[in-house]
Design a protein around this ligand. Structure first.
Ligand code: ADP
Ligand code: MG
Length: 252
């Protein structure tokens, strides 16, 4: 069984607070894996450590068998590991489509390349990029909104836009931070269908999620964190009846 992500004893302290403490788990290539735990458990920090936005104090992170714990966020993204943020970070003054065309990572849209390549090839690349962006918007269900200003999207639609921006870079592994938080029930069903579609296209998903229905329906395996550490791992059914997990949620 190939592991696409291996987190080995990763730690990070903020002042006097040990936010992530010798955290250790793996994610199977091709899986949808859940990451749960009470508020403040260190889940979002762990995503920042894995994606290069925050440096670990110690520990190792392997992506596709390669060490990434010392690489920049930009280099990690180029390798095919992307994350979303708890609060979407869309560019408000632009349209939905423009938000996708401005994604600099990946094989398209590199400014240096447009300087080096002859004009026709630049235009070809722009056309390919445009087709790709339209395909990605269809995939997340925002095809009709391509020309809308991003600022006018609902909270849930902004999350879909953020997902679309990640997909432009052809990720192998996507880290999703609470994709359904603040999203209405109808859009949650839609988002789950979109996540299944993304998974079916070959992307491994690691999802921080509080909504147990989403976890139960989507995830083959769930990792539980509390106070910076992994306290349990198993199938959603195993996790639901685990005493330590219940204690952690009840503040025990
Ligand atoms: P979770 O996502 O599981 O709710 P976080 O990873 O956001 O938890 O936070 C874990 C702990 O680390 C919290 O106590 C939080 O306040 C703290 N923390 C997170 N980021 C920072 C930071 N940049 N500076 C200081 N403390 C932080
Ligand atoms: Mg969080």
């Amino acid at each position: 069984m190939k592991q696409i992500l291996e987190i080995k004893d990763v730690s990070r302290r903020f002042g006097g607070l040990q936010a992530v403490n010798k955290c250790r788990f793996s994610v199977r290539a091709g899986s949808i894996t859940g990451l749960v735990g009470p508020n403040g458990a260190g889940k979002s920090t762990l995503f920042s450590l894995v994606s290069g936005f925050v440096r670990p104090d110690s520990g190792e992170v392997l992506f596709d068998g390669n060490h990434i714990e010392k690489l920049s966020a930009h280099d990690i993204a180029r390798l095919g590991l992307r994350r979303t943020f708890q609060i979407p970070r869309e560019l408000k003054q632009m349209t939905v489509l423009e938000n996708l065309l401005l994604v600099p990572e990946g094989q398209f849209g590199d400014q240096v390349r447009s300087v080096l390549l002859p004009g026709k090839r630049v235009r070809d690349e722009e056309r390919i990029n445009l087709q790709k962006a339209q395909g990605v918007l269809e995939m997340v269900g925002l095809g009709e909104k391509a020309q809308h200003p991003a600022a006018l999207l609902s909270g849930g639609q902004k999350k879909l836009l953020e997902l679309a921006r990640c997909l432009m870079a052809d990720p192998k592994l996507l880290l999703l931070d609470e994709p359904t938080a603040g999203v209405n029930p109808t859009l949650i069903r839609h988002l789950m269908a979109v996540l299944r579609r993304i998974h079916a296209s070959g992307v491994t998903l690691l999802i921080i999620e509080h909504n147990m229905t989403v976890i139960m329906e989507l995830c083959e395996r769930v990792i539980v964190m509390d106070r910076g550490q992994v306290i349990a791992a198993g199938t959603p059914v195993e996790i639901q009846s685990n005493k330590e997990v219940l204690d952690a949620y009840l503040g025990g």
